[in-house]
Design a protein around this ligand. Structure first.
Ligand SMILES: [Zn+2]
Length: 487
């Protein structure tokens, strides 16, 4: 479905310009970043896109050390580091997939977060994808398509993504033939895969992750590949388990020695449970999650495992609109994780989230600190403050937050809600416009800024805000003009 809409959106043109190529036959950095932005813009609009701050913080806690390690090892060149986005976009999809996109954007399906056994396994996949970017594999692939305009390239990549997400769509006439052709053009070579394995392994171990995570993740993929489980593992279609990759892996395994897999932490069990529940499951699956946590024998399981089951049951109960059950399971999680600080924080956030959802924002406010440095806590605390009718404190906190994190679209959205409640429509519209800028939807942002300019002219108040809005409108207009030229 997405694919057809996209084709209409990216017009093919007979006399389009060639993309700019650098000296080494690589796609020029700025052009690659802009191509990535085009793709990311469509992914942000996709109903499957999800900004879940809890899962987001967990993923960032893995991603940032990997980036640091790649810098330390000299794998991440200074110019790429500076000019690429290094953003991970989460998708609700249940399938096991992660993919690197042009310009330093990465896609990560919740299915993968829910399927890995520990953070080391997730780190191994992210390090592999990161290495495709740092080794300029993507740039080499797209420069091979030099007869294609960036618009067509964007459409090809989005088409391949849509097809990988939805196996039924590959049977459709249009999506089928074109997406398969696109996928074939976009696959990394076997040598690139081996290089991404090798560099990724170095990056993840340098970052302090257990090399065993690389080995067990590999086993998982190999097993799925033997079962030919391509529907649930689209990752395998782009990352086939070739004999060379397996041999490389076995050599690495011998080097690092056979070790016992890391014990399950309550933190990972809880985040994985959250990912599984949020990855678009129906009511039957939600009820099954609750039943699982209520089975009589679970008390004999390790505490971390129990915490994961109750965490999943609490989120599932919230989705089933059963606040009493959600509160019960959330409380149980809290009792189970008293000795693990990160898990304790996640349990506290869960209790607050459940209270907020049940219409008790005051309880949530009491459990959270607006001055926390954890994004999930700041955003939830501000949401609770707004719901509790204390938008002033939320607006102040979010204002300092967006000053440090100007592309945090969700924070801008909460700020917009807070300003609305405070009777500051100009500021509310501008914050909403910034949320659209952050999700790369510049025309929607400009519409809002123009509306705010109109309003400022009529009202004739708040001169400071009106002048900020004028400046931002000019900036967004000039960015839109640049995009139009490239097209
Ligand atoms: Zn790969």
């Amino acid at each position: 479905m997405v694919f057809i809409a996209i084709l209409g959106f990216f017009p093919f043109s007979a006399n389009a310009q060639l993309p700019s190529l650098g000296d080494g036959g690589e796609f020029e950095l700025g052009a690659e970043r802009r191509l990535g932005e085009r793709i990311a813009r469509e992914l942000y609009r996709d109903p499957d896109y999800l900004d879940d701050p809890v899962i987001g913080d967990y993923v960032q806690g893995i991603w940032q050390p990997l980036l640091t390690a790649a810098r330390q090892r000299g794998d991440l060149a200074v110019d790429i580091d500076r000019r690429f986005a290094w953003q991970i976009l989460l998708g609700k999809d249940r399938s096991i997939n992660a993919f690197a996109l042009p310009g330093g954007y990465l896609g990560l399906h919740l299915g993968l977060v829910g399927a890995v056994a520990n953070r080391d396994e997730l780190a191994s996949v992210l390090a592999h994808e990161l290495s495709h970017v740092t080794q300029r594999h993507i740039s080499r692939l797209i420069s091979q398509q030099s007869r294609q305009t960036p618009w067509v390239m964007g459409a090809l990549i989005l088409g391949a993504l849509a097809a990988s997400k939805n196996p039924e769509a590959t049977n459709a006439i249009i999506a089928g033939s074109q997406a398969a052709a696109a996928q074939a053009q976009l696959n990394f070579s076997r040598d690139m895969e081996r290089e991404a394995d090798r560099i990724g392994f170095g990056v993840m171990t340098q970052a302090g992750f257990d090399p065993q995570g690389f080995v067990t993740m590999f086993d998982k993929l190999q097993q799925a590949s033997r079962l030919n489980d391509n529907g649930a593992f689209p990752y395998l279609r782009t990352h086939p388990m070739t004999t060379e990759r397996i041999a490389d892996m076995q050599a690495r395994q011998q080097m690092t020695g056979v070790r016992v897999a890391a014990a399950l932490t309550a933190e990972h069990a809880m985040v994985a449970a959250r990912a599984r529940v949020l990855s678009g499951t129906g009511p039957d699956a939600l009820r099954a999650r609750v039943a699982e946590a209520e089975a009589p024998n679970i008390a004999s399981l390790p505490a971390a495992r129990q915490a994961g089951l109750h965490y999943g049951a609490a989120i599932a109960s919230m989705k089933l609109r059963d606040p009493a059950s959600a509160a019960r399971h959330a409380q149980r999680v809290r009792e189970l994780v008293v000795s693990e600080p990160t898990a304790e924080m996640l349990a506290r956030l869960l209790v607050a989230e459940v209270a907020l959802e049940a219409g008790d924002p005051q309880r949530a406010v009491g459990l959270l600190s607006v001055q926390s440095r954890t994004r999930a806590e700041v955003l939830l605390a501000c949401q609770a403050l707004v719901a509790a009718g204390q938008p002033r404190e939320a607006a102040e906190r979010l204002q300092t937050w967006v000053a440090l994190h100007p592309v945090d679209a969700t924070a801008w959205e909460h700020l917009s809600a807070a300003w609305s409640l405070l009777g500051q429509p100009l500021r509310a519209i501008r914050a909403d416009a910034e949320a659209h800028v952050a999700r790369l939807d510049l025309s929607a942002a400009l519409d809002r800024l123009k509306a705010a300019q109109e309003m400022a002219r009529r009202a004739g108040s708040d001169h400071v805000e009106a002048s900020i809005i004028d400046t931002r409108a000019r900036r967004v207009e000039s960015l839109l003009r640049e995009q139009a030229v490239e097209r």
